[in-house]
Design a binder for this molecule. Structure first.
Ligand code: HEM
Ligand code: HEM
Length: 224
């Protein structure tokens, strides 16, 4: 099912031994996951811009309609991706992102016992503990944004404080996510995964070794 993709810089007829060369690409996110991700990014950005631009239109008006619609469309996008897209890939990734496993617990306990000890990367699955914690935090703060948004809506814009605070907390968390995706040198190589669907094998081998083992095991299993 899963294919190990050659580096486009190499020719198509490389010897098979090169399949495990550090320069190869491995598939990370399916089109459904990528479209759902970027759709969410556009909708969150729309909610933010319309929220900040709303001004006098806080009680009603087209800006408020677009503001609320963009949040509804986040949910619609996820449901459409789950129902009409690659349901299996979506569910597998969601499970990998939201479920803490024994490695997460062992790693967290290790950090608590030796907070300053630097260690090599454990054999993370598709997502590491930090990404999982971040996913729960963003989900919680987004829920708060939506709840406080409804309260503000029902009160005709009089409850702006809590909504603004929740939106800014979400933004701070997403700022950290974007920093990791675009700036931080050790996590930046994940970006092609969300843009093109694939990452370099050498990066995956260091940062998500457990996941890479699964991908390569799937690729070499007889039914592929
Ligand atoms: C991703 C989700 C959302 C984000 C990032 C967001 C962001 C914002 C921001 C930054 C403001 C300006 C706040 C201010 O100037 O004090 C705002 C205003 C507003 N938002 Fe949202 N919002 C979101 C979802 C919602 C939802 C789901 C609702 C209602 C169902 C809503 C209703 C309102 C209303 C009524 C205002 C104008 C009054 C106020 O400032 O509270 N928002 N939003
Ligand atoms: C310009 C903005 C953004 C960029 C460049 C970006 C980039 C990325 C990249 C490269 C990944 C893959 C990480 C990996 O392979 O491990 C990713 C994953 C993810 N992104 Fe974003 N993202 C952005 C905004 C957002 C927003 C606004 C949300 C949600 C509201 C979001 C939610 C997620 C989630 C849930 C994942 C999977 C878990 C994770 O890696 O943290 N992203 N993003």
């Amino acid at each position: 099912m899963t294919e190990i993709l050659p580096n486009p810089a190499h020719t198509n007829d490389e010897p098979s031994a090169q399949r495990s060369s550090p320069d190869h690409w491995v598939p990370r996110f399916r089109p459904t996951e990528r479209i759902a991700h970027w759709w969410t990014v556009v909708m969150v950005a729309t909610a933010l811009v319309t929220g900040l631009a709303m001004g006098e239109e806080a009680e009603s008006g087209p800006m408020l309609n677009v503001h609320v619609a963009s949040v509804v469309l986040i949910g619609v996008g996820v449901v459409v991706a789950l129902v009409f897209g690659n349901t299996r890939a979506m569910l597998r990734s969601m499970r990998a992102l939201f479920v803490f496993d024994r490695l997460d617990i062992a790693w967290s306990l290790g950090r608590l016992r030796h907070p300053f000890q630097r260690e090599s990367h454990p054999a993370w699955g598709k997502f590491n503990t930090g990404q999982k914690v971040m996913a729960w935090l963003v989900s919680a703060s987004m829920s708060l944004v939506i709840i406080t948004g409804f309260q503000s809506w029902r009160s005709g814009g009089d409850m702006a404080g809590p909504h603004m605070a929740a939106a800014m907390a979400t933004l701070a968390l997403l700022g950290a996510h974007v920093f990791m995706a675009l700036v931080n040198p050790s996590t930046r190589p994940a970006l092609p995964g969300m843009v093109l669907g694939r990452v370099r094998r050498s990066w995956a081998a260091t940062h998500h070794r457990g996941w890479l083992d699964d991908v390569e095991h799937d690729a070499s299993s007889p039914r592929n």
